[in-house]
Design a protein around this ligand. Structure first.
Ligand code: EPZ
Length: 410
């Protein structure tokens, strides 16, 4: 494949940003918002809380002057597991909140013990009864010194959201360092918050009285960028990604280079871009271990497994973040991939050819992995379960067509 593509705004940024608007007693405008079912679900939650959430193309305006409700109904919570990130914001604004305990998901159990531990330390009383979390802070929310046993993205976001209007200062140690954390802090600071250290392992939040609204542009989606780069590599092509932040994919670059790709970031007319050339014969990356940012992101593992399936040699994948994130391996094997999975280790023997087949997306990135592999496979593949893909990719089909893929929505 060859050509140029614009990278969408980040799904894992727009969700906490939309939650953050609940804290704002005014109007906020978020630009570069991708059209995703998860973003629509977040907007439905905002409207249910009494905020006015409207979208015009890639901009979402939220007026949260009036917050009429503090409970998120079960059907909305169930639509999207990451709705838990509304908990910190609703508490930060109203000091009370009731929502259902978010279930696990396709990737395995998704506990929220760190979220709850931290909020309790900040003075929130939490009752977990018959699947509901009933939270209140009768004496208000106060700052706390919180050390996380693991750098949970969601827990870091929830703590920041609850801490921006708390009394006093909150320190988060072993905080998540993902770029989406920095994006959230940048937006909240524009609204009047006082957050320092976002993107590092220690985040300090000084509580302020109230937040106003602000305008903000969502950062590019680094996992969508990784997906397009894998699609280019698996078809031995050459593409340019526009509005893509090379510094957000630093752990992926050595893997692409080890495979034999040429990849670099540059700026053209004020626009960040990423270039990849995979036209040379490629070889398998020896070992990919997923870990916390800035390490190799777990969200990119499925697409790299699809790519590795077609490269000469053996690759070993170790998944250290989620318990059940190799479900796409079975479906890749239906296309002819040679993969053996044992708990959190997957060994991939590269093959010269894959053949088209009917396969089923098991989850968001697993679905993206199947699309990636199908671009290489001989013949036609039919991928079902694409609602998973629609959660995180804005017009994946249209974008891949732009760079030469023979792909259609059924
Ligand atoms: C965010 O999920 C992302 N989702 C995920 O992306 C991403 O894979 C994940 O971070 C890790 O980077 C969003 O941002 C919406 P975590 P989150 O809290 O916040 C354990 C995608 O494909 N844990 O960092 O839910 C947990 O079991 C999605 O875009 C606890 O034990 O991830 C898991 O093993 C998938 N206790 C690990 O930490 C807790 O209280 C990662 O969790 C919280 C988490």
């Amino acid at each position: 494949m060859a050509g140029e593509l614009d990278v969408q705004g980040a799904k894992n940024s727009i969700l906490p940003l939309l939650s953050g608007t609940v804290l704002c007693q005014g109007e906020s405008v978020l630009h570069n918002c991708p059209n995703l079912s998860d973003a629509d679900a977040a907007c439905r939650i905002l409207n249910c809380l009494g905020c006015k959430c409207t979208r015009v193309n890639k901009s979402i305006t939220v007026n949260s002057e009036l917050l009429l409700n503090t409970d998120v109904p079960e059907e909305l919570m169930r639509e999207m597991r990451s709705s838990i990130v509304f908990l910190g914001a609703i508490l930060g604004r109203t000091r009370q909140c009731k929502l259902t305990f978010p279930g696990g998901c396709e990737l395995g159990p998704r506990p929220i013990d760190l979220h709850l531990m931290a909020l309790r330390k900040m003075g929130v009383e939490i009752k977990n009864e018959s699947g509901y979390l009933e939270c209140s802070a009768p004496k208000g929310i106060h700052g706390a010194h919180i050390s996380l046993s693991l750098p949970s993205v969601g827990a870091t976001e929830n703590i920041i959201l609850a801490a921006v209007t708390a009394k006093g200062t909150t320190e988060i140690h072993n905080a998540a360092r993902e770029p989406e954390i920095t994006d959230l802090a940048d937006f909240l600071n524009k609204c009047g918050a006082r957050i320092n250290g976002a993107g590092s392992g220690t985040v300090i939040i000084e509580g302020v009285e109230k937040l106003g609204g602000a305008e903000h542009k969502v950062i590019p989606d680094r996992i969508v960028a990784a997906t397009y780069l894998c699609c280019a590599a698996i078809t031995r092509g050459e593409i340019i990604l526009k509005n893509a932040d090379f510094s957000h994919i630093s752990a992926l670059v050595p893997v692409f280079e080890q495979m034999g790709c040429k990849i670099y970031g540059y700026n053209s007319d004020g626009e960040d871009r990423i270039y990849i050339n995979a036209r040379k014969p490629l070889r398998a990356p020896h070992k990919i271990i997923t870990t916390w940012h800035p390490g190799f992101p777990t969200d990119a593992q499925p697409m790299f497994m699809a790519l590795a399936s077609t490269l000469k040699g053996t690759s070993v994948f170790e998944e250290t973040i989620f318990d059940n994130r190799f479900r796409h391996a079975d479906e890749l094997m239906r296309l002819g991939a040679k993969i053996s999975v044992n708990k959190t280790i997957a060994v991939v023997e590269g093959v010269n050819r894959l053949s088209g087949a009917d396969v089923k997306a098991t989850d968001l990135r697993g679905g993206a992995a199947l699309v990636t592999a199908a671009l290489f496979a001989e013949g036609t593949s039919r991928i079902s379960g694409i609602s998973h893909i629609d959660r995180g990719y804005d017009d994946l089909v249209g974008n891949l067509k732009k760079i030469g893929a023979d792909i259609n929505n059924a």
